[in-house]
Structures are given as C-alpha cells and as structure tokens.
Design a protein around this ligand. Structure first.
Ligand code: KG4
Ligand code: ZN
Length: 347
C-alpha cells in the first residue's frame, strides 16, 4: 500500500484549504472560509484573492501541525489548477509552486471537479468506495453534471446544465427570499420546517441528460413579485414552505435525469458530489432510490462536500502513483476545460 504523504492545496473560489493525506487516509483538512462576501450577496473575486493571500500560510501551517508531520515528510504538493476564479487560483498555484521548489518535491496539478468526484476514494472507516463504472451527479455552485466514471481518470460527462448550476439556483432563489449568501445551506435548514407541497414551480423540459435551472429561478421571482404585491409580508409568512417547495423542485429536477441515466445505462452504482451534495433533500432522495430501485449509493461525508483540500490531496495521491507530475511552468486555468481533462468524451 502506498504510504506517501502529500500536502493538498485548494483555493478555487472563496475557501482557502490545505490538507495532508497519508496513502488514502486524511491526517488533516483545514479550511478558512471568507465572510467578507456575505455583505455583497456573492463572491467578490478581488476580495477572494486578497483573503486567500492572508489565509494560505496559516492554513497550511495548521494542516501540517494537525497532521503531526514535518515539512520534510511531504513527498509531493497537489494543488487546484482550475476551474475557478483566476485571482483565487493564482494564489494557491503560486504558493504550491514555491513550496514544491523550496522542499524539492514534485508538484501535481488537480482538476477541481475531478477532485469532487474522486473524494469518494478517501479511505474512511465508515464508507466503502464506489465500484467502477458508476454515475456521479456532481452538483456545486459553478457546475451541475452527470458524469459516467469508468475509472479514476476515465470519466465522461453525459449531461450538464445549459444555464445555471444547481447551487447557483439555491443561492439566487434564496437571495430573492432575502437570505444571505450562500443561501443553499440556509434554504436546506428552513426547508426542514416547511411543507414541500405548498407551492409548485415549473420543471424544465430538456432532452437527454441535460439540466436547466434558470426557468425555476424566473418562475419563483415572478411568483414572489405577484404575491408580495398582494401581501407585503408574503415571504416572511411563508419562508419555510417556500424553501421546502423550492428544494423539492430542484431535487426532483436533479433526480429525474439521474434516474433516467441509471436506467438507460443499467448502472446502479450511483454517487453524488460537490457542495449541493450536502443538501438533506438530495441525500434523502438518494436513500429512497437505494430502497426503491436497488441503487448502491455513495454520499460523501459533509466535510468533503463543499470545497476542501482533502479531495485535492486524494487526486494528487492517485496521480503520484501514476507518476503524473506538473512542470514548474504550469499556470492556473480558470476555465480548465472538463471535456479536455475527462477522457473518452467522444465514445
Ligand atoms: O462545491 P462548492 O463548495 O463550490 C463550488 O465548487 O462551487 O459548492 C458551493 C455551493 C453553493 O452554491 C452552496 O449554496 C451550495 O453548494 N450548498 C448547498 C448546501 N450546502 C452547500 N446547497 C443546498 N443545500 C445545502 N445543504
Ligand atoms: Zn467545488
């Protein structure tokens, strides 16, 4: 078994994170999230890069200390090359390059979305990794897609959003309700106290396995505008029911296509990944399908759902085993093209 120690660094959006992995086991996973964005209702790229610059050294030091290792024990540095905000990615990339040079250890570049999926291979006493081939519904603030995972680095995107991502839909609709950014976790919390059948919103009608979330956002906006005209306290009086109904609609949209893909491809190994995989409605829907459709489901631990460096360290470990190193001239890539990274797209 591989016993290499790797330091992983993640800085693609608004979380500065560092993690240490030994083999497939996480020794530490530290994250500093940035509250500065809350007042602006979304991530402000320039503020994000500045906060990363302030956070990165303390976060890395804490990850190393908590893992109870010394810098000399580190065999390689893994970092998020993209996709993400360029200014944010540049901080992690430059830091990783400098550290790899000063420690004289190899540098390994990681695709952020591949990392959300491969987080399922982190060795955790309570969970089993998925078996290939499996389907992974990857849902975050920036992406929504169904990925057919044939092997660690052999993935095919079979469906994706044509407009907003699922996390973006939660955040934008939450904003209409007056909730702080990021609204996703708040909608989830309030939904628990509401009735999911209170309000109905339109579902998109798209072919194949693609998604669309801009329609539900607009239909909620028009509905709220109309109701608030009649009753200015409409949102306040119905917040829990509104959150529950919106959550149900988004989860239904996500699950419909995932069920279709599972049936068409006859794959019952089904995983979820990314920030929205923390959503309790989505987790519940997966559990129901395990019973109803005989799916073997894989739901990540909460700390590996939203952005974290543990998943980056995991991918770096898999790449170290394959001797896949980055050159010191590597640059951050805001639009790190998934199709380019995920092989066999044309098959
Ligand atoms: O993966 P992630 O941390 O960052 C990106 O790569 O985008 O995902 C962040 C997204 C945000 O849109 C956030 O609102 C959403 O995940 N999110 C949730 C929940 N927790 C995080 N959405 C719904 N329910 C949750 N419990
Ligand atoms: Zn992410």
């Amino acid at each position: 078994m591989n016993e290499s120690i790797i330091l992983g660094i993640e800085s693609s959006c608004d979380d500065t994170s560092a993690a240490v992995i030994l083999g497939n086991k996480i020794l530490s996973n530290i994250a500093a999230s940035q509250d500065v964005h809350r007042d602006y209702g979304g991530v402000v790229p320039e503020l994000a890069s500045r906060a990363h610059q302030q956070n990165i050294i303390p976060v890395v030091e804490k990850a190393v200390t908590q893992a109870n290792i010394q810098q000399k024990d580190i065999s390689a540095i893994g970092f998020t090359r993209g996709p993400g905000l360029l200014g944010s990615l540049l901080v992690g990339t430059s830091f990783a390059k400098s550290l790899s040079m000063s420690l004289n250890v190899p540098l390994i570049e990681v695709n952020h979305l591949q990392a959300h999926i491969l987080a399922h291979f982190i060795d955790d006493a309570n969970t089993m990794p998925p078996k290939f081939p499996f389907l992974c519904l990857t849902v975050s603030g920036g992406h929504t897609m169904i990925v057919l995972v044939k092997d660690y680095f052999d993935m095919q995107i079979i469906g994706k959003t044509t407009d907003d991502a699922a996390g973006e839909a939660f955040d934008k609709i939450g904003k209409i309700f007056g909730l702080d950014y990021p609204a996703g976790p708040l909608v989830d919390r309030l939904a628990k106290k509401g009735d999911e059948n209170s309000f109905k919103f339109n579902k998109p009608r798209l072919g194949n396995y693609d998604y669309s979330f801009s329609g539900i956002k607009t239909s909620v906006l028009y509905f709220i505008q109309k109701e608030v005209q009649k009753n200015p306290n409409f949102i306040k009086e119905n917040l829990n029911n509104l959150c529950a109904s919106v959550q149900k609609s988004i989860v239904d949209i996500l699950m419909d296509k995932l069920e279709k893909a599972s049936a068409d491809l006859n794959i019952k190994e089904v995983a979820i990944a990314g920030g929205v995989s923390a959503n309790s409605g989505l987790r519940e829907a997966m559990k129901k399908n395990a019973e109803k459709l005989g799916w073997h489901i894989y739901i990540p631990k909460f700390e590996y759902t939203t952005d974290n460096a543990a998943m980056i360290a995991m991918v770096a470990q898999l790449k170290l085993e394959r001797n896949e190193f980055a050159d010191l001239s590597v640059g951050a890539s805001a639009r790190y093209d998934m199709e380019e990274v995920f092989k066999n797209k044309e098959e």
